[in-house]
Design a protein around this ligand. Sequence first.
Ligand code: PFF
Length: 453
Amino acid sequence: MTDTKKSIHGEWSSRFAFILAATGSAVGLGNIWKFPYITGENGGGAFVIVYLLCVLLIGIPIMMAETMLGRRSRQNPINTMITLADEAGADKNWHYLGWMGVAAGFLILSYYSVIAGWASAYVLKAFTGSFFGADATAIKVIFDDFVASPVKLLFWHSLFMLATMLIVVRGVNTGLEKAVRFLMPSLFVLLILMVAYAMTTDSYDQGVKFLFTPDFSKLTANGVLTAMGHAFFTLSLGMGAIMVYGSYLPKDVSIAKTVYLIAGTDTVVALLAGIAIFPIVFASGLEPAAGPGLIFQTLPIAFGNMTGGWFFGILFFVMLVFAALSSSISLIEPAVAWLVENKDMSREQACIWSGSVTWLLGFGTIFSFNVWSEFKIFDRTIFQLLDYLTANLMLPIGGFCIAVFAGWIMKQQHTEHELDMPNALSYQVWKILICYVAPAAVFLVFLHVVGVL
Ligand code: PFF
């Protein structure tokens, strides 16, 4: 592999551009919508600790590995696995890893887009003053009425998919990069503002205690799996999104430093979201385990009752939509890059194909909240099944394979050269984490869930 090789799709204009795009991919609904509700469902503090440990010991080393694989091959995840397996003299079946990633991207985006559609609809609700002076009950009615309507959900899902496709069509430098440049910093500021509001409620201490005081008796085996799966989900790992972004990364950028920054920002955003939301949950007498509607049933109460709430409400949901957009584009990019590289399609055609498939798959999630809410497979609605299958199974399995590939299959001289760590010790730490700790942890969590441990 030569050091001058570039992706045919282009390259990030700078390290900063990559940081923005990868942070844009990582920070999204996972941090603001999913993290609070799964923390609520799994009892709080203990769940948060397991999640943080997973980010540190599994997520960060795998994120470095994934970025490295992409940058070394400069192709889509499927071709990356073919090329790098070939380079290492390994079995060519490794390319199935790339395929699983593309499939996971479609499945995740199919429900991600529906939820991002909710956030888009809430921009309008905030704008028309629906939350003004409303209490918890009124806000819950607004939410329940909204998700009961398949037509409304379909409309917003379609709009969000269209927006995703329009950005992806424009490619690496123009579309992806510009879209995230201003959004991430603004979202951050707004979250801090929400935390400030949460501090004014009587239940601030209770909310923070719920988040940070561990009670391990509340954590089930499935809770541990959910925490680990979420570490993958929130960092966009295990499916090639970070790999494909890594393939657009200029050669002279330090992967390690960049990854610490991205993972650190992602974690801080999730914790801020938690700190903003749980005090409102307790102050309004709501249930922490309310499920996927949690932020839609809590934050509007704050917007409806705080000074400047109309303005901040609009701004918050706009930011949330943009955070979701900068993630959704990375969910579809592996498939688009593959179609362009291997099927000779233009970016437009590739976007239309992959966008349409995802849009159709989205119907399953839309109906899970209304007409098919009683239809369950393995005791789960289609939405819950898709979420479990992707976040709890496909991403950790993908991450496990990436760790094994980077740690055991690739030649040490290649990983060492590509990662270009500041010193030998950091490389050794990474090597131990990627060879032993990360794969063993994923494996043990799986064993724990099936009851062997
Ligand atoms: N990391 C995104 C979030 O937290 O919202 C979701 C995501 C994006 C997952 C890209 C996986 C992925 F490949």
